[in-house]
Design a binder for this molecule. Structure first.
Ligand SMILES: *[C@@H]1O[C@H](CO)[C@@H](O)[C@H](O)[C@H]1NC(C)=O
Ligand SMILES: *[C@@H]1O[C@H](CO)[C@@H](O)[C@H](O)[C@H]1NC(C)=O
Ligand SMILES: *[C@@H]1O[C@H](CO)[C@@H](O)[C@H](O)[C@H]1NC(C)=O
Ligand SMILES: *[C@@H]1O[C@H](CO)[C@@H](O)[C@H](O)[C@H]1NC(C)=O
Ligand SMILES: *[C@@H]1O[C@H](CO)[C@@H](O)[C@H](O)[C@H]1NC(C)=O
Ligand SMILES: *[C@@H]1O[C@H](CO)[C@@H](O)[C@H](O)[C@H]1NC(C)=O
Ligand SMILES: *[C@@H]1O[C@H](CO)[C@@H](O)[C@H](O)[C@H]1NC(C)=O
Ligand SMILES: *[C@@H]1O[C@H](CO)[C@@H](O)[C@H](O)[C@H]1NC(C)=O
Ligand SMILES: *[C@@H]1O[C@H](CO)[C@@H](O)[C@H](O)[C@H]1NC(C)=O
Ligand SMILES: *[C@@H]1O[C@H](CO)[C@@H](O)[C@H](O)[C@H]1NC(C)=O
Ligand SMILES: *[C@@H]1O[C@H](CO)[C@@H](O)[C@H](O)[C@H]1NC(C)=O
Length: 728
């Protein structure tokens, strides 16, 4: 056994020595701050601390804010917040209310912070320096004390509070701690609530806002060391959802020594090997450093969530996509915002359907039971989930499934009098039903037409007479009796785009662009290609937004709002007009204005990495269309990039300047010279502004761009497909 282990280590080392340390380009603080310096409020809601890719343990500092109005503690970290604890579990990039954080260790006020993948360091005002790192299910903390007695409180009852109160607060239910010899301890804690209204006690806490403290007395232990002891205290902690023994084993197996650096090095190696080295660009001194920082930092943030609970699910065993299906198998529905071993919160529709359809059309078929996958998608489409009487929406379940099937099935749309979020949910349900029609191609051909028909449901709420800003025809709220509510309707407004409004997270005007499965009909309904184009042009103009986006708005004054997911695909719609240069323009505009190597470096909540992935795809040069095997071609940010795909194959993306540019190709960020002049795929001149998965994503190959200053229509021929084309 021992020999085998040594051999394994040696082979890893050999590989590592040949590897570039891309982790040096990661700034793990991008998004830690919002518009107000020092506050997380309006920022990316990110976790800051030590973690490995998809690690269960995310070890970091928890804080609170004196000013409750500005308190945002979702990832635990606030640059100038007051430290309450170091804790082992966090989420990263979720809005709403905090979820999870437990097994804390120390407390006090903070000074300056530094970090990189797998490492975080802070200085507390009382003179204590805290350094920490993490392995997959365990963490290591190192406290350096000034002279005197040294104390560490292990507070089992710690959790991230919602300072403003509210129905989605977390709470501590109970716990134990057992002290053993040599400074060892074991124990457990139980926690509930949080943004997804998770776990068993939610129903009891109907009036959670009235509820001030934990159910049980707080539980913890105080460890004290005398003046003469070493000034450095080190602590290793393992966690498990299964048992204390498993937690101890993880700690012992993952963190062999008390040398913090060993854990940091192991984490860095894992990040480089499993994540960063999959996308290789030049790191020569001449490379654009800002682009390197954005690329590798955003790859880092994309791999903090979800947590890979393989072997750590107390309810059953499975992996990633299969775990979506297994959640249905064991709990009745696939998850939408699962957290704390509990489904919820469904804001729009059953979007795991899209994840499955994407995997299906891209050929990830072997390892997944598609009979079960399709069975579950049908359940999402046909069976209304049991109502859990959420505060957000007491009318129907927001825990799982689609809450407004009682409208969608008989009417073909979500009605504005019987349901909230009628406009945005109509659009989302349509897309989900298109996802079903895609998987039905192989699994249930008899269902294809049924779900294609249903995927056109958005046309039922098309307000042919609605006029706004010199444009006519928008999505509009429609009552169950078939009439439209035209009283004071303005598609550029959404109230607060909240649970109770007609449109969630974006205005009806923005949602009117979100029909990726049938852009062809959308263009027709907006009045044809020319009218469609001028409407697109308009939403990128400054000062056009009428909706106040609040603190999360990042000062965005265009209707096009890159800070929120419904708009991610909108700039790419010009590809459907064979005017790809305008897609490039719109994307660079959003990217250059709102994404930076800075604490306030992303426009609002990162949404668990979604915002980061938008930029990374753009930097690569492509955009994958949801539920389809289609990729839209954009303009790469790097002169030469090798990406590992499909196991160990390579996709190489190259860009050269046409020689006419005032700046060199590949340095397009914030400069001229990024317009596509021509494209070759696998050496062949490519006329279309899109390709399909099988063209290059299966076997690998090359995409070669010539870039330049000229905004040019370089493409011809077929526009990207609309495989859900149905006209009602
Ligand atoms: C808290 O922040 C809000 C918003 O910036 C401000 O209006 C308010 O005065 C602050 N309250 C305190 C006590 O500082
Ligand atoms: C320990 O150190 C503190 C601070 O330096 C001092 O106040 C205290 O008297 C010391 N205690 C003992 C037992 O030496
Ligand atoms: C919630 O609290 C309000 C105000 O105290 C009270 O009127 C109501 O009955 C409570 N509801 C439940 C379900 O306990
Ligand atoms: C840990 O690494 C840091 C930075 O590389 C170095 O300064 C420090 O001396 C190392 N500590 C130990 C104990 O090896
Ligand atoms: C990409 O791979 C090719 C072929 O192996 C190699 O020549 C080139 O240097 C690589 N480029 C980068 C940036 O790694
Ligand atoms: C696939 O799932 C279906 C539906 O749950 C089940 O009947 C079948 O046994 C599964 N097949 C395999 C190979 O596990
Ligand atoms: C789909 O819609 C068309 C047109 O309304 C209709 O003729 C057809 O029967 C529908 N198919 C199914 C399977 O619902
Ligand atoms: C739209 O306007 C036309 C012509 O004015 C009218 O006939 C039609 O009923 C209107 N449709 C709706 C849905 O308001
Ligand atoms: C119709 O829309 C207006 C505002 O657009 C809203 O105030 C009103 O409540 C709606 N009517 C109904 C019956 O929902
Ligand atoms: C946008 O509106 C602001 C405030 O009204 C104004 O100061 C600014 O000049 C406008 N910008 C443009 C580009 O119109
Ligand atoms: C550079 O621009 C000129 C004039 O617009 C054009 O004729 C020439 O083809 C361009 N060169 C390249 C390499 O595209």
């Amino acid at each position: 056994m021992k020999d085998l282990f040594c051999l394994y280590s040696l082979s890893l080392l050999t590989q590592a020595s040949a590897q570039i340390d891309y982790s040096q380009y990661v700034n793990p603080f991008i998004g830690a701050e919002g518009p107000i310096s020092g506050y997380a409020f309006g920022g990316g809601d990110i976790f800051v601390g030590g973690a490995v890719p998809f690690g269960v343990a995310k070890v970091g500092l928890d804080t609170y804010e004196d000013n409750i109005t500005l308190s945002t503690l979702n990832g635990g970290y606030t640059p100038k917040g007051k430290a309450t604890a170091i804790s082992i579990m966090h989420e990263s990039g979720t809005g709403g209310f905090p979820n999870m954080a437990s097994y804390p260790d120390a407390a006090n006020n903070i000074g300056t912070d530094t970090g990189r993948p797998g490492y975080f360091k802070t200085q507390l005002e009382n003179g204590i320096t805290v350094e920490l790192s993490a392995a997959r299910h365990s963490g290591i903390m190192q406290y350096s004390y000034p002279a005197g007695e040294k104390h560490v409180v292990v507070d089992v009852s710690h959790y991230l509070p919602s300072q403003g109160g509210g129905y989605s607060i977390q709470y501590y239910i109970g716990g134990e701690i057992h002290l053993q010899n040599h400074g060892r301890y074991t124990g457990y804690g139980t926690y509930g609530g949080g943004w997804n209204e998770g776990a068993s006690m939610t129903a009891i806490l109907r009036n959670a806002s009235e509820y001030a403290g934990p159910f049980n007395g707080r539980v913890g232990a105080l460890f004290t060391w005398s003046n003469s002891s070493s000034s450095t205290i080190r602590s290793r902690v393992g966690i498990s959802f299964i048992s204390s023994d498993k937690a101890c084993n993880s700690k012992n197996e993952e963190i062999h020594t008390h040398d913090l650096n060993a854990t940091v090095s192991a984490a860095v190696q894992e990040w480089n090997q499993d994540v960063f080295s999959k996308v290789r660009v030049s790191t020569d001194p001449s490379a654009n450093r800002m682009n390197l920082v954005l690329l590798y930092s955003f790859l880092y943030f994309m791999h903090l969530m979800p947590s890979d609970r393989t072997g750590e699910n107390p309810l059953w065993e499975s992996r990633m996509i299969r775990s979506l299906i297994d959640t249905w198998r064991f709990e009745g529905f696939m998850p939408d915002g699962r957290s704390g071993n509990y489904n919820g919160l469904v804001q729009g529709s059953s979007n795991a359907d899209n994840v499955l359809a994407d995997a299906y059309v891209k050929g990830l078929k072997g390892a997944i039971n598609w009979t079960a996958g399709y069975e579950e998608m049908k359940k999402d489409a046909e069976v209304q989930a049991y109502n859990t009487y959420s505060y957000d929406y007491p009318t129907a379940s927001v825990k799982e499934g689609r809450g407004a099937l009682y409208d969608w099935i008989p009417l073909g749309y979500v009605s504005a009098d019987r349901s909230t979020r009628a406009v945005s949910r109509t659009v989302e349900y349509a897309l989900n039903d298109f996802a079903l029609s895609q998987v039905a191609q192989g699994e249930a051909p008899e269902d294809i037409q049924k779900y294609l028909n249903r995927s056109a449901g958005w046309q039922h709420i098309w307000g042919h007479n609605v006029t706004s800003m010199d444009f006519t025809k928008f999505l509009a709220p429609r009552f169950a009796d078939g009439s439209f509510n035209s009283t004071g309707y303005n598609p550029a407004l959404c109230g607060g785009c909240e649970w109770s409004d007609i449109s969630y997270e974006a205005t009806p005007l923005e949602h009117s662009f979100v029909v990726p499965h049938d852009t062809e009909t959308l263009i027709q309904l907006m009045g044809g290609a020319t009218a469609f184009e001028s409407r697109l042009d308009y939403i990128f103009q400054p000062n056009t937004s009428q909706q106040n986006l609040g603190a999360n708005g990042a000062g965005i004054d265009t209707i096009m709002n890159i800070g929120n997911k419904p708009d991610f695909g909108i700039p790419y719609l010009y590809n459907y007009l064979n005017k790809q240069f305008k897609s490039v323009e719109g994307n660079r505009q959003s990217a250059n204005r709102y994404f930076h190597d800075a604490l306030y470096g992303v426009p609002g909540s990162r949404d668990a990495g979604a915002l980061n992935s938008w930029l990374v795809w753009q930097m690569l040069d492509v955009y994958g269309v949801v539920n389809q095997d289609v990729y839209l071609i954009e303009s790469p940010w790097f002169e030469d990039l090798n990406m590992t795909i499909n196991g160990d194959l390579t996709l190489r993306i190259m860009a050269t300047s046409d020689g006419n540019s005032t700046s060199s190709a590949g340095n397009g960020f914030g400069r001229e010279g990024y317009y596509v002049q021509s494209v070759k795929i696998n050496g062949k001149q490519w006329g279309r502004n899109w390709f399909v998965h099988g063209d290059i994503m299966v076997e690998g190959g090359t995409i070669e761009f010539v870039l330049g200053d000229e905004a040019k229509v370089w493409e011809s021929g077929e526009v990207p497909p609309s495989p859900g084309h149905v006209v009602l």
